[in-house]
Design a protein around this ligand. Structure first.
Ligand code: ZN
Ligand code: ZN
Length: 313
């Protein structure tokens, strides 16, 4: 392998940056870790650090193509990938990869859209994505011999998804919309679809994770690596909560606000470029704070009631 100019297999439109690095590494018979170390790129938890422009030049590919396809933080506090500014790194499945084995048969490259945690199905093949090897169950980490091989060296064949039930149509529509295959979800036309795609993903995640019966989900939970099944479950829960509500209706706002995550909403309000999302997030936040104040004051009244009763006793 020549270290000053590395022949790359050529970037495909819609390819993930990590997938491209994996494909280049496997062409030269090295691991992606070895390649990225040589290129001076480092993956630190959620984003890539290092000179991506220089790395692209050594690979002989257009700098903006690689730069757009790798999760990065070009200015403080904002994760960017594929031209989308994401409110949270939890919207990316960067530590673990997921894929559609049917798509890989047609073209052996990793699609960028698979990196979003809100995407858990393939809209073209109407199947759930896989994130573990069907043969040995090992997670499909990026550090593996090739795009269509598992870390232990098993070839990932599409036969593994036969017999699977077709995922919920809403997941398929949402994926088609996020990947730009449909302008607005085909079977739905809700207020969610009118928001920018990155904001819709964030809202669905905030609503989906927090509408669970048990309790609010901790920050640790929302950052940890989730399986494809967990991701599709929170997306569906998010839809259920958001689709039933009218963002203009005070009673719906009150009902939803009790279950939303304030920190995530403030982050979204601070980062979005869309006025509609900002006003929605701020309205939710104000309803949440109002709800908390009411709950606090009624708790205090109860306390006072109890103490005066004790005094009398
Ligand atoms: Zn597919
Ligand atoms: Zn395997």
């Amino acid at each position: 392998m020549s270290w000053y100019r590395i022949a790359s297999p050529g970037f495909v439109a819609g390819e993930s940056g990590m997938g491209f690095l994996l494909r280049t590494a496997s062409r030269h018979g090295v691991g992606p870790r070895q390649l990225t170390r040589h290129l001076g790129l480092r993956f630190t938890g959620e984003v890539w650090r290092g000179d991506v422009v220089l790395a692209a030049k050594s690979l002989g590919c257009e700098p903006h193509l690689l730069s757009d396809a790798l999760p990065q933080m070009p200015h403080s506090g904002c994760w960017c990938v594929g031209g989308l500014e994401l409110a949270s790194p939890a919207l990316l499945r960067s530590a673990w990869s997921q894929l559609c084995p049917h798509c890989l048969v047609g073209a052996r490259y990793h699609r960028l859209v698979w990196e979003f945690s809100a995407v858990s199905v393939c809209a073209a093949h109407r199947c759930l994505l896989i994130d573990a090897c069907p043969t040995c169950r090992l997670p499909l980490r990026w550090d593996r011999p090739a795009v269509d091989f598992c870390p232990a060296g098993h070839r990932i064949k599409p036969v593994s998804v036969y017999g699977q039930t077709t995922p919920d149509q809403r997941l398929i529509d949402f994926t088609a919309w996020i990947s730009g295959q449909s302008p607005v979800s085909a079977s739905r036309s809700t207020w969610i679809d009118r928001l920018p795609r990155e904001d819709a993903m964030a809202l669905v995640r905030i609503a989906g994770l927090l509408s669970q019966e048990k309790s609010a989900v901790s920050a640790r939970d929302s950052r940890r690596v989730q399986s494809v099944r967990e991701c599709s479950a929170w997306v569906l829960r998010g839809f259920q909560l958001l689709e039933q509500m009218d963002p203009e209706s005070p009673s719906d706002l009150r009902r939803c606000a009790n279950r939303l995550d304030g920190a995530a909403l403030s982050r979204l309000a601070g980062r979005t470029r869309s006025a509609a999302t900002r006003s929605l997030a701020l309205r939710w936040l104000s309803w949440m704070r109002r709800g908390r104040r009411t709950r606090r004051s009624s708790a205090r009244q109860q306390e006072l009631g109890l103490s005066s009763h004790q005094e009398v006793a």
